[in-house]
Design a protein around this ligand. Structure first.
Ligand SMILES: NC(=O)c1ccc[n+]([C@@H]2O[C@H](COP(=O)([O-])OP(=O)(O)OC[C@H]3O[C@@H](n4cnc5c(N)ncnc54)[C@H](OP(=O)(O)O)[C@@H]3O)[C@@H](O)[C@H]2O)c1
Length: 348
């Protein structure tokens, strides 16, 4: 890095226009180069200028490529760099809590350098003896989501029978491992043999299956849960949710984390089996990561040692280069990613 007055090229990923029909495509984004001064403007108090290192591809970003009025999150700004969670190094700061060379994770731009004036979502990285990319996954938003969803929403206890869908992904792999550590019986589903093998051999799930090879999801779940499911950690929605409802046990809990199969507003499934909620006294509850940020210190205290001891592992799917970020993001919607999808913008 040169002097802080230096102006450099800044490669960016831009949303061309909102997606109005079908699934988001790589061609809805484009690369653009602009110029940026590596200094926070003097008049801008409380801001940081960062060099982005690792970017996180997350399913909710597809919602932000659409401009859905009734959604929990607003759309990206067309013709501007898209935003997402990432890990970055502070190059300059006018914020009292952040100093030059601090490492941070939180919401940044999909570009090489970002000027961040809303620092409310930035966390300082204190522990650097784990891979920094982990702060996009197991130690970042997806890990926190798994932690809050499992411990706060699912009311888990030893011996519970737990089912996780999209289980090899960023959130699912963490949920499954939390459940195993608690002494639950855990089954996961995923969309390929490689992912099923990961679930059983790397993450320690008791059983796993490829949902794409099952013509009868109700029967498949019955095979793995002959006595029913106590906890369903919902990541996919649609037909899977319907099949799960029929297999839930009395007083079961369903944490509705995401419904990736239902993102396209033109192609949504109706749910037939909601009556099971009454008959089986099931609690089904949606939640958002953003409502549990206060648990982050407790989360780090719990999860960081487990990672260092090797009791929790993290599988990442890493692509090198910002120019590959659009393809990596779109790959989430067809299951191209094996593990947490990370994009490396720069290693240092
Ligand atoms: N509530 C919150 O605050 C919050 C926060 C973070 C994430 N989430 C949600 O949690 C879920 C998992 O997120 P993640 O970051 O861990 O993603 P991920 O699992 O790492 O990646 C997405 C995976 O979803 C699966 N998938 C894609 N389309 C599908 C479909 N039509 N039917 C079934 N599976 C499909 C694919 O795996 P397969 O190969 O197995 O199909 C894909 O790899 C998502 O629904 C996300 O929106 C919610």
């Amino acid at each position: 890095m040169g002097s802080s007055d230096e102006e450099v090229n800044n490669l960016q990923v831009i949303l061309k226009q909102y997606v109005t029909s079908g699934s988001p495509k790589e061609s809805d984004m484009q690369m653009q180069s602009s110029r940026i001064r590596l200094k926070v403007p003097d008049e801008l108090n409380g801001a940081v200028l960062v060099k982005n290192m690792y970017l996180s591809c997350d399913p909710y970003m597809g919602h932000r490529m659409r401009n859905l009025e009734d959604h929990y999150i607003h759309g990206f700004t067309p013709a501007s760099p898209i935003e997402g969670f990432g890990v970055a190094k502070v190059l300059d700061s006018t914020h009292p809590n952040f100093n030059k060379d601090d490492l941070v994770w939180g919401v940044t731009g999909w570009e090489e350098y970002s000027l961040i004036s809303d620092t409310a979502t930035l966390f300082k990285i204190q522990d650097t003896d784990v891979p920094l990319s982990y702060y996009t996954g197991i130690l970042g938003m997806p890990g926190m989501t798994a932690f809050a969803g499992f411990y706060e929403i699912c009311s888990p206890k030893k011996g519970d029978h737990v089912y996780v869908s999209a289980a090899s992904g960023a959130v699912g792999q963490a949920v499954g491992q939390f459940a195993k550590l608690l002494g639950c019986y855990v089954v996961g589903s995923a969309g390929s043999k490689t992912k099923v093998d990961l679930l059983k051999n790397t993450f320690g799930f008791d059983e796993a299956f490829n949902y794409k090879e099952e013509n009868d999801l109700v029967g498949a779940l019955k095979r793995f849960f002959p006595n029913g499911i106590d906890i369903y950690f919902e990541n996919v929605g649609g037909k899977m949710l319907d099949a799960v409802l029929l297999n839930m046990r009395q007083h079961g809990r369903i944490a509705v984390c995401g419904m990736i199969s239902q993102h396209n507003p033109e192609q949504r499934d109706g749910i037939q089996n909601l009556l099971c909620l009454i008959k089986k006294c099931i609690r089904m509850e949606g939640f958002l990561f953003s409502n549990y940020v206060h648990l982050y210190p407790k989360f780090m205290e719990t999860v960081l040692p487990l990672i260092k001891e090797g009791q929790i592992v993290c599988v990442e799917d890493v692509v090198e280069g910002l120019e590959h970020a659009p393809g990596a993001l779109i790959g989430l919607y067809s299951g191209q990613n094996v593990g947490k999808q990370v994009v490396v913008v720069s290693h240092e």
